[in-house]
Design a protein around this ligand. Structure first.
Ligand code: RTP
Ligand code: MG
Length: 138
């Protein structure tokens, strides 16, 4: 199988809380390769592209506001089955119930806000990865 790539974001809550290093350490310990990494302060247009699938959902506007609240670290990550592998490292969407041992499960919680602040993003398919890498590394 050809080596796969995914887009990982350390979202604004992860950067603001100083967890970028801890999250990168988990990714490196798992053995995936960092191909590119950059700090990005995304404008609304970039986020509308990234989250197009969620437009119209109740959490869409709070999600864009949250993602514009500070910079994210964008990572181009490579390895066999890295898409499902990173999502497994990240844990499920809701950090309150994400399994301990995952990034969201160990570092995340419900802060009583309008959107899940869950520290990281990982592409969910090869098609999403190609599209999202184009948005964040253009
Ligand atoms: P991601 O795309 O960030 O890797 O996370 P995911 O697949 O686990 O979650 P997804 O359903 O794609 O949702 C994207 C992001 O929107 C926020 N969200 N908040 N009900 C809520 O408050 C809610 N639902 C989703 C989260 O930040 C989620 O990661
Ligand atoms: Mg998603």
């Amino acid at each position: 199988m050809a080596t796969e790539e995914t887009l990982v974001l350390v979202k604004p809550d992860g950067v603001a809380r100083g967890l970028t290093g801890a999250i990168l350490a988990r990714i490196e310990a798992k053995g995936y390769a960092l191909v590119d990494i950059r700090l990005v302060d995304p404008d609304r247009g970039r986020l509308e592209q990234h989250y197009a699938e969620h437009e119209g959902k109740p959490f869409y506007e709070p999600l864009l506001e949250f993602m514009m609240s500070g910079p994210s670290v964008a990572i181009r990550l490579a390895g066999n089955r890295v898409i499902e592998g990173f999502r497994s490292l990240a844990g499920t969407t809701d950090p309150t119930t994400a399994a301990p041992g995952t990034i969201r499960g160990d570092y995340g919680r419900d802060w009583g806000l309008k959107v899940q602040q869950n520290l990281v993003h990982g592409s969910d398919s090869p098609e999403s990865a190609a599209r999202e890498l184009g948005i964040w590394f253009s």
